[in-house]
Write a protein that binds this ligand. Sequence first.
Ligand code: ZN
Length: 58
Amino acid sequence: MGEIAEDMTDGSCCQNCGQYFKHPKGGIYVHGYPVTCWDCWEEDDEESGVMKADVDTF
Ligand SMILES: [Zn+2]
């Protein structure tokens, strides 16, 4: 696991709160691009181009 800033950039954790994403089969889910977790994501974010996470956080 890298630096938290790096993990936010590759979508291992929420770019807003830093919660890590849980892979359905175990471990950390990496999106490959910055995303916001379901708790942080709001409808306004869609217009500003913020991507919503595919999976839940830990
Ligand atoms: Zn979050």
